[in-house]
Design a protein around this ligand. Sequence first.
Ligand SMILES: Nc1ncnc2c1ncn2[C@@H]1O[C@H](COP(=O)(O)OP(=O)(O)OP(=O)(O)O)[C@@H](O)[C@H]1O
Ligand SMILES: Nc1ncnc2c1ncn2[C@@H]1O[C@H](COP(=O)(O)OP(=O)(O)OP(=O)(O)O)[C@@H](O)[C@H]1O
Ligand SMILES: [Mg+2]
Ligand SMILES: [Mg+2]
Lengths: 224, 224
Amino acid sequence: MIQLENIRKTYKMGEIEVHALDGISLVISQGEALAIVGPSGSGKSTLMNIIGCLDTPTSGNYILNGREVSRLSKNELAEARNTQIGFIFQSYNLLPRQTALENVELPLIYRGLPGKIRREYAVAALEMVGLTGRLHHRPTELSGGQQQRVAIARALVGDSPVILADEPTGNLDSASGREVMNVLTKLHSQGKTLVLITHDPNVAKLCERQVRIIDGRLETGGAN
Amino acid sequence: MIQLENIRKTYKMGEIEVHALDGISLVISQGEALAIVGPSGSGKSTLMNIIGCLDTPTSGNYILNGREVSRLSKNELAEARNTQIGFIFQSYNLLPRQTALENVELPLIYRGLPGKIRREYAVAALEMVGLTGRLHHRPTELSGGQQQRVAIARALVGDSPVILADEPTGNLDSASGREVMNVLTKLHSQGKTLVLITHDPNVAKLCERQVRIIDGRLETGGAN
Ligand SMILES: Nc1ncnc2c1ncn2[C@@H]1O[C@H](COP(=O)(O)OP(=O)(O)OP(=O)(O)O)[C@@H](O)[C@H]1O
Ligand SMILES: Nc1ncnc2c1ncn2[C@@H]1O[C@H](COP(=O)(O)OP(=O)(O)OP(=O)(O)O)[C@@H](O)[C@H]1O
Ligand SMILES: [Mg+2]
Ligand SMILES: [Mg+2]
């Protein structure tokens, strides 16, 4: 259960204040599939980074599974990120000197799984996104859409209950995009919570609920 | 005029050979708008990098405006890249420590334009893509779609006769995407050559001609 209350995120740039998030309140229930849409620059990734415990709000409350995130210790936060949340980043954030396989194994290293098991799970995750032939390529030896799919495999390998996907199909042709959405919707049907930022209306409509962000605020005129 | 004859690009990875381009022949006339489509990993960006003189083929000929590119000197190649071709990269390639404005001014520095004129042109290019309010933000202070639009502005500021656009709308909502395509189609109607890689069928159909790449080859069964 994800509960955001009056979340603000403000950046100071000299004299100017950028209100990236301007008072967002939102509840996401366990097992829900929510699409977040809105114009470029409206605050979607900023909101996702707060939900994923990678960024802190300037003000407001974030209650994750009953606990106020701002009061968690560094270790508890890291624990939440590693075991509770699988994050697909808009710009992938792959380690440039590691292969696709090594990048996908990374979340399992944090959990202390032995090498043989890690490799097995990572190979399976890369197979789910059609990258069986690219296991030992580094990011610079992969196409844009292949890098995106490595980022997706890495977010899924840990079997986390919550999946946060920031534009997961932006660099994929429609066939690869459909394959990825089949994987995500199948995981959702198994009970995972899916929060999905997308600019593609065909992807958004696969979610049971949609919210729109404009200028850092949720658009009203629809149940949020 | 862009003339590619039997272009191959092969990567050696230990024992394995990856045939990223497997014999591509293609002519693109001055003033044409060509869309390049095809699955993720099929070779589109690799082809674009060769057309943009950023990469060399393993074999085959590339004749640009009547001159064989492999016989050009380093200086002549740099000249071609800076004055003939505006390139919008799939992963933007922005300088991380420079602001949006400084990134867009960069092609004009190579041409020796004075600071005041450079700034004027760069501001105008950023205005064309709706970024007037973000001139002094660095890439990490911009959203994904805003970074993409800085990359677009930088490719257009030099008024080059050829525009190469690799997935220019992948991270943009439909409204911003339409604005960008309006800019590109207007430049094409003024006589520029436009080569556009896209996964979006709505974007592809704005071009007068389409080719499809599959496994490093042009699909036949249509005039290429
Ligand atoms: N570090 C920062 N400093 C100043 N402004 C910032 C910073 N990071 C983001 N912003 C601004 O906050 C706003 C929201 O950014 P965000 O990345 O959340 O947008 P978005 O909705 O994900 O956009 P897109 O669809 O283009 O990815 C943008 O206008 C951006 O310029
Ligand atoms: N340096 C490299 N070493 C080995 N293989 C490479 C290298 N660079 C690219 N490749 C491979 O070449 C193929 C073509 O890559 P390319 O980037 O041209 O694809 P693309 O059509 O642009 O894909 P996308 O739509 O995902 O961007 C891919 O299968 C990729 O894995
Ligand atoms: Mg974003
Ligand atoms: Mg590509």
